[in-house]
Design a protein around this ligand. Structure first.
Ligand SMILES: NC(=O)c1ccc[n+]([C@@H]2O[C@H](COP(=O)([O-])OP(=O)(O)OC[C@H]3O[C@@H](n4cnc5c(N)ncnc54)[C@H](O)[C@@H]3O)[C@@H](O)[C@H]2O)c1
Length: 368
């Protein structure tokens, strides 16, 4: 796909359907996503994205709107009730009404906060996400989950609030630190295993190309992963409780049960994608030990994830602590641990209540 390729448009079939645009030079489409009644627009961004946020502000001003830039702390430090309160104060002072809007410009942490502010201001105003990380584009900015952290744990407070549009401008990835790009690829590879194996072929054919911020390969990977997320959330907008072997939005949690426990044990010094990379290898092995998945597909997890520089091992002596944390995972229902596993490529199902012995055996695949 040449760089000048027309942006592609992926529709999320929410209560109010909305487009996710993927391409380059997309910022001029932002005003068009907003209702003509919108007047004031808060542009929420971290310090690293000040140039992009200023360009967004210029676009909005030229379109006759009244933008207000809100500079919030970088990354996870933005996802606090204090930062949300600062944003509410700015909106209050600028006289934001029900018919005004919020734009989130940044990684997943920023769009989670911006979404939460949009969801809560006057019980909900229009939101546009401009994700600037791979993870933001393929995951956080799409699907309507917004939220902040508390002192106890991540993402405990939040709300479903769908955006009116999402602009994934691939040019912004040029400045993304390599480690963040790699971490985002973990979610892309996840989409390959759970739903779209063409993603796996693409990474395998040229892992280095997948890591190039301007490459046609990365563009296609991002596009394919967004299609997977859009399809899953369109079918299950509010993460209806899955039961039995039915997999709805829970599908997206492939690799996440162990991944979340690793993130916690690392006190969030590991990136999310790094932790779920190990989590996917673990759960692939679990799928195999449960008699559901073949050895070659398990090995394919390790090979693909390590080919783009993601970790596939974790300390052997950490298992007991990780198991205790998994048992506490908020996604766990009752006292039974649930894992999204694979019966084959793009064939996910649920494994509920595996024995500790089975989990311990699966952990050997990642134990270093
Ligand atoms: N809402 C959801 O459905 C959902 C899904 C997955 C993850 N999340 C959330 O997303 C967050 C993680 O997102 P993330 O990995 O994007 O992290 P992040 O938002 O913390 O961004 C990572 C770092 O990259 C910097 N950055 C972002 N874009 C850049 C760019 N283009 N150039 C240079 N630097 C840039 C940021 O300033 C930050 O320091 C977590 O808080 C997680 O809970 C939400």
């Amino acid at each position: 796909v040449p760089d000048s390729a027309e942006p592609i448009r992926i529709e999320v079939r929410a209560e109010q359907p909305y487009p996710v645009m993927v391409g380059t030079g997309l910022l001029d489409r932002l005003p068009g996503l907003l209702d003509p009644t919108v007047q004031r627009v808060a542009v929420i961004h971290p310090p690293t994205m000040i140039d992009l946020a200023s360009r967004v502000v210029r676009q909005l001003t030229e379109a006759g709107l009244e933008p207000t830039r809100i500079d919030v702390p970088d990354g996870e430090a933005a996802k606090t009730v204090d930062v949300a309160a600062t944003c509410w104060a700015v909106l209050g002072q600028a006289g934001f009404t029900r018919s005004d809007a919020v734009v989130g410009v940044g990684g997943g942490a920023t769009t989670d906060l911006a979404g939460f502010v949009a969801a809560t201001w006057l019980r909900g105003v229009a939101l546009v996400n401009v994700p600037t990380t791979v993870l933001g584009m393929v995951d956080a900015a799409v699907g309507g989950k917004t939220g902040i952290n508390t002192a106890e744990a991540k993402n405990l407070v939040g709300s479903f609030h769908e955006p009116v549009g999402v602009l994934c401008d691939l040019e912004v990835l040029q400045s993304l630190p390599a480690a963040d790009l790699v971490a985002g690829l973990a979610e892309v590879v996840k989409c390959g295993f759970i739903a779209d194996p063409a993603i796996l072929d693409l990474v395998e054919s040229d892992p280095a190309a997948a890591l190039g911020p301007g490459s046609a390969s990365l563009r296609e990977l991002v596009e394919r992963a967004i299609r997977v997320k859009a399809a899953v959330v369109s079918a299950d907008l509010r993460e209806a409780t899955s039961s039995g072997s039915q997999v709805g939005r829970e599908l997206l949690n492939y690799g996440h049960t162990l991944g979340h426990a690793i993130e916690r044990r690392e006190q969030y010094r590991w990136r999310h994608g790094e932790a779920i990379s190990v989590g996917m290898v673990f759960v692939a092995q679990l799928s195999m030990l449960a008699g559901r998945l073949d050895r070659a597909t398990v090995d394919r997890h390790t090979a693909i994830l390590s080919s783009v520089g993601l970790p596939v091992t974790y300390p052997a002596d950490a298992f007991d602590e990780l198991l205790a944390t998994m048992a506490l995972d908020k996604k766990t229902r009752g006292s039974t641990l649930r894992f999204v596993i694979l019966d084959g490529l793009a064939r996910a199902s649920i494994l509920a209540g595996p024995s500790e012995d089975l989990l311990r055996a699966a952990y050997r695949a990642v134990a270093a």
